[in-house]
Design a protein around this ligand. Structure first.
Ligand code: GLC
Length: 437
């Protein structure tokens, strides 16, 4: 076979032999160039984010891509409810071969995701010294057993917003207690043109839980003690918290539609000038003060109201980045995390959207303080944060509580029956002591 080929080549003229050689070299060069250009294709790093925040994160995506031409970021927009996004991540990991390189994770997801083996331990990538720059609660929520599975990006905490112009009109100070809030709401509804007294998040989802955590703490109760696994849902304080949610609806202080509201619905109601009080997160400040907002310049915030003799409570929220266990590009994905969680990344994001940073020194950054006159109040709120229980079964116990809270506020069950059933089911899932049996 080789002899035949050799004879055939020798029979060709010299010029033809040269032409073949040149073509062969050209072909080899073309193949080499092709391989090179594939190697130069940017790597794409993908993660899923609630739609509202996906649009905001684009600010940092654009900056990152301009500085890192070898990496593209593909943010996939998810639903706006936090736990709906969790479900999508969960499904993608359960099915295997998750399309996400990073997990943009809520503060309550880590025990479950880490225990399931869906995230990489970041301990080797971050030193204790690096971590000490972040808020302690945010770091703790990313730890599981001996590992670190989430880098904090932004913190979050629930608070009470109010309309300063409406309170001025009725000559009142902002409320401290539940009773004061109810009285002021009713007075404003009668004497001013605000339609509703108090709006919050009552849909059956994670946001309802965060509202409840603040109320139950404000009444002096608790949901789950993570150290003893004691469950406080059927205590008088927890039942009082649910009763409060029902009462504001029954008294017409809160619209009945609140049982379908998530953050954005209640924000729209407040922003359009239709409510005196709003329970929500820090980002509302920038949103409600933006140009064209009917309440621009007329809002303020404070720690949540509470029962007489008790303390205010802000549910601790927040978001950060985990590294998916099977990402083909861990180092590139980590560069994205480093950029977003850097001091400058957080600062730019905070300055644009009024979120709360998770880096401690940004709370006293002169540029942020100059841009945001409300930071003093935010610091007061930050003093009152209460975490949700950091247990591996968090998604299950949240789901139980969501169902029974929803049943109570839509009048399908009395607060007492709902909370007794919720407590029973929660104890069963956690294997808790039967403290209130
Ligand atoms: C906010 C919080 C998050 C919480 C969610 C509930 O996004 O940061 O922790 O779970 O609201 O809706």
């Amino acid at each position: 076979m080789f002899d035949t080929l050799r004879n055939w080549v020798l029979q060709l003229g010299r010029r033809t032999r040269q032409a073949i050689a040149i073509s062969a070299i050209a072909a080899l060069v073309a193949i080499a160039l092709g391989t090179w250009s594939v190697a130069q294709q940017p790597v794409t790093i993908s993660f899923l984010v609630r739609a509202v925040e996906a649009e905001q994160l684009q600010l940092l995506v654009d900056q990152f891509e301009a500085e890192n031409p070898d990496i593209r970021i593909d943010i996939v927009q998810g639903p706006n409810a936090a736990d709906a996004v969790e479900n999508l991540y969960t499904t993608s990991f359960l099915l295997g071969d998750s399309p996400y390189d990073l997990v943009y994770a809520d503060v309550v997801w880590i025990p479950k995701f880490a225990a399931a083996g869906w995230l990489q331990d970041l301990s080797d990538r971050v030193s204790d010294d690096d971590l000490s720059a972040f808020l302690e609660a945010d770091v703790l929520s990313g730890q599981y057993q001996d590992g670190l599975y989430r880098m904090p990006f932004r913190s979050d905490m629930g608070m009470l917003y109010y309309r300063t112009d409406v309170l001025d009109e009725i000559g009142a100070e902002p409320p401290e207690t539940f009773e004061e809030l109810l009285a002021l709401a009713q007075q404003a509804q009668t004497e001013t043109d605000v339609t509703w007294g108090f709006v919050w998040q009552g849909a059956q989802y994670e946001g309802l839980i965060t509202n409840f955590v603040e109320l139950v703490s404000g009444f002096g109760g608790f949901w789950v003690n993570p150290d003893t696994l004691e469950v406080g849902l059927d205590s008088p304080e927890a039942i009082a918290a649910v009763e409060f949610m029902r009462q504001v609806i029954a008294d017409g202080i809160t619209p009945g539609g609140v049982t379908n509201y998530i953050e954005e619905d209640s924000l729209r109601m407040f922003e359009n000038g239709n409510a005196l009080f709003l329970r929500n997160w820090p980002y509302v400040w920038a949103e409600a003060n933006k140009d064209g907002s009917p309440v621009q310049g007329n809002i303020a915030l404070k720690p949540m109201v509470h029962a007489e003799g008790q303390q205010p409570a802000a549910c601790l929220g927040g978001w950060g980045f985990g590294l998916a266990v099977d990402t083909p590009h861990p180092d590139e994905a980590w560069r994205v995390v480093e950029f977003f969680t850097s001091r400058q990344g957080q600062k730019d994001f905070v300055l644009e959207f009024a979120y709360v940073p998770s880096r401690r020194d940004l709370f006293t950054d002169p540029d942020i303080l100059a841009a945001f006159p409300h930071y003093q109040q935010l610091l007061e709120v930050a003093e009152t944060t209460v975490p949700r229980p950091p247990v591996g079964q968090y998604a299950q116990i949240s789901d139980i509580l969501q169902r029974y809270l929803s049943a109570a506020i839509t009048d399908q069950l009395s607060p007492e029956d709902a909370m007794q059933a919720a407590a029973r089911e929660t104890r069963r899932v956690l294997g808790s002591p039967d403290n209130n049996a």
